[in-house]
Design a protein around this ligand. Structure first.
Ligand code: HEC
Ligand code: HEC
Ligand code: HEC
Ligand code: HEC
Ligand code: HEC
Length: 318
């Protein structure tokens, strides 16, 4: 009887807790649309898939993106992103959509106006012009812009001379903001860097090697991390190893921005420095000394000693 009572009280409490948490959570879910008060995204979402042909094209495009087919970034987007429907489709599955980098952040306009006419007041063609994208994108990506300004790519863009030079959207595209991986690099860079244009044709291969070595840096860092964890578990002093690991990690963190200086020798030197630091960390753990954790041992020893005295005393008495 008592048990039955007890369990019904528990059930009652659980029920009340669940009911209260549902009351708290439910309205929060209902009241939070994906992007609060953004008419650009709201309205442009409805423009999606206006014709059957567009719909099929976009389906293919999204499948490409999802399976990471590099061709899609080069072949299809330029044609596609001229249509309003596809810009939304590309953007909606991008990192920018996840982080609320909405249309007006680059295009201008009024994202709280409901009608097209009002919302479009202030749309700018200047901010999205290819050669101006370093400044438009650089508002939020200062580190990349800072490095990019020191590159030959930027010098060429700024000079206004004839001939191609890549801006941010050449490599990332305006709406999908994809990041080229090491395996896509060679193909992509050789669009411009080849024997026909005469723009340094040795770049694509070197660039692929340089980006691949970042993977090597990541491997060395995780090796160092587990070596340090093992050493710590043994009570060894890992201060020196940790310092080396920290500097390797700082170098890794900076690689994406440093990359934009487009000085492959400099980039490679940085990555190799990081690899060396990580390897130093791994090695340092192997000759690490036992830490002051040793101070615990005398305490335990003393207790044992006193216990031993007692045991000896009683043994002697009996
Ligand atoms: C009520 C609907 C609606 C709203 C709100 C809206 N748009 Fe549009 N937008 C349209 C339509 C319709 C088009 C033309 C579609 C076409 O021609 O394919 C368009 C076209 C565009 C274009 C193509 C260039 C041009 O001038 O035609 C851009 C860029 C654009 N919108 C950006 C924005 C931005 C940024 C916002 C928010 C500040 C926004 N839109 C809000 C409906 C809207
Ligand atoms: C990160 C910046 C950025 C965001 C966010 C962005 N765009 Fe764009 N958009 C651009 C750039 C840059 C271009 C020019 C692309 C080119 O020249 O190839 C462009 C081109 C376009 C075009 C082609 C028409 C034209 O005027 O040339 C449309 C339409 C468009 N964007 C709509 C949108 C809509 C709708 C959204 C939100 C769902 C959006 N964009 C979000 C940067 C952005
Ligand atoms: C309003 C701020 C803002 C603007 C403008 C902006 N971005 Fe971003 N971007 C972000 C944020 C936030 C992220 C996600 C967090 C991060 O990676 O820093 C991001 C992420 C990225 C990424 C990484 C994507 C990934 O999958 O890892 C790239 C590449 C990128 N942006 C390129 C661009 C380009 C190119 C432009 C200009 C056409 C641009 N951004 C304009 C805020 C912005
Ligand atoms: C010639 C091609 C190229 C150009 C031009 C370029 N990028 Fe990149 N960008 C890359 C590549 C490749 C990476 C990946 C680097 C890496 O993995 O270390 C990258 C990485 C990034 C990232 C970081 C993504 C991450 O994982 O953290 C951002 C943000 C970014 N670029 C923004 C920009 C901006 C802003 C501009 C213009 C000022 C620009 N990029 C110009 C090729 C380019
Ligand atoms: C749209 C054309 C274009 C694309 C795409 C392009 N580049 Fe370039 N690149 C140039 C031009 C133009 C120069 C400047 C050549 C000069 O001034 O001597 C250059 C110069 C360079 C340099 C300096 C070379 C040197 O000899 O000092 C590096 C490094 C470089 N690019 C890397 C890359 C990488 C990596 C990619 C691919 C992610 C890439 N580029 C994609 C046009 C391009």
């Amino acid at each position: 009887m008592r048990l039955k009572n007890g369990s019904s009280i528990i059930i009652g409490i659980v029920f009340v807790v669940v009911a209260i948490s549902m009351l708290i959570i439910q309205p929060a879910i209902a009241a939070t649309p994906n992007l609060p008060n953004n008419s650009c995204a709201d309205c442009h979402r409805k423009l999606l898939f206006s014709t059957e042909e567009q719909r099929q094209f976009i389906d293919i495009r999204i499948k490409h993106l999802e399976s990471g087919i590099s061709c899609s970034i080069v072949c299809h987007e330029d044609k596609l992103n001229k249509t309003t429907a596809s810009t939304y489709a590309l953007w909606s599955i991008s990192t920018h959509a996840l982080f609320d980098v909405t249309c007006e952040k680059c295009h201008g306009g009024n994202a709280s106006a409901v009608s097209k006419q009002e919302a479009h007041v202030g749309l700018s063609n200047i901010s999205i012009a290819r050669a101006n994208t370093p400044d438009t994108c650089g508002k939020c990506h200062q580190a990349e812009l800072g490095e990019f300004k020191g590159s030959k790519h930027f010098m060429k863009l700024e000079s206004g001379e004839e001939g191609p030079a890549p801006a941010c959207i050449t490599c990332h595209q305006a709406h999908s903001v994809r990041v080229l991986t090491a395996s896509e690099i060679e193909d992509f860079c050789s669009n411009c860097h080849n024997h026909i244009t005469g723009i340094d044709p040795s770049v694509p291969q070197k660039a692929e090697n340089a980006l691949s070595s970042v993977g090597e840096l990541q491997v060395e860092i995780s090796k160092a991390r587990s070596a340090i964890n093992t050493a710590k578990a043994k009570g060894l002093d890992v201060t020196e190893a940790q310092a080396n690991l920290d500097s390797a990690m700082a170098i890794l963190k900076d690689t994406p921005s440093v990359w934009h200086r487009f000085n492959l020798t400099f980039f490679d030197t940085e990555v190799q420095k990081g690899i060396a630091e990580a390897q130093k960390a791994t090695n340092a753990t192997s000759y690490a000394q036992a830490t002051p954790a040793a101070t615990k041992a005398p305490g335990f020893g003393a207790a044992l000693f006193i216990l031993g005295l007692f045991v000896a005393y009683f043994l002697k008495r009996s």
